[in-house]
Design a protein around this ligand. Structure first.
Ligand code: FES
Length: 105
């Protein structure tokens, strides 16, 4: 799918990502170094934090329990916060719009 990513500098760019990986991995592979992902995707660092724009938060369903606890503890938390390592890339993500959040660990 092609997704639209807004980085910390406010630049938006369309990015083609492959299915079968996490959104965090796809972002890192595409050079979005704002995503630190210190824990490597095991949902324990909150440094892969993104905001889902538009109605994408509703469309992708609620945060998982661990994810919710972790991400809601950071200062940059918003209602549409997700940890990108907990989102699997599938064709359903076509048109997804995300904004990379300030990472805190
Ligand atoms: Fe650590 Fe997502 S990479 S919580």
């Amino acid at each position: 799918p092609t997704i639209l990513v807004t980085d910390l500098a406010g630049e938006s760019s369309p990015v083609d990502v492959d299915s079968g990986q996490s959104l965090m991995e796809a972002l890192r592979d595409n050079g979005f170094d704002d995503i630190e992902a210190i824990c490597g995707g095991c949902c324990s660092c909150a440094s892969c934090h993104v905001y889902l724009k538009g109605d994408w938060f509703e469309r992708l369903g609620p945060r998982g329990e661990d994810e919710d606890m972790l991400v809601s503890s950071v200062d940059a938390f918003r209602d549409n916060s997700r940890l990108s390592c907990q989102i699997q890339v599938t064709e359903e993500l076509e048109g997804l719009q995300i904004q990379i959040a300030e990472q805190e660990c």
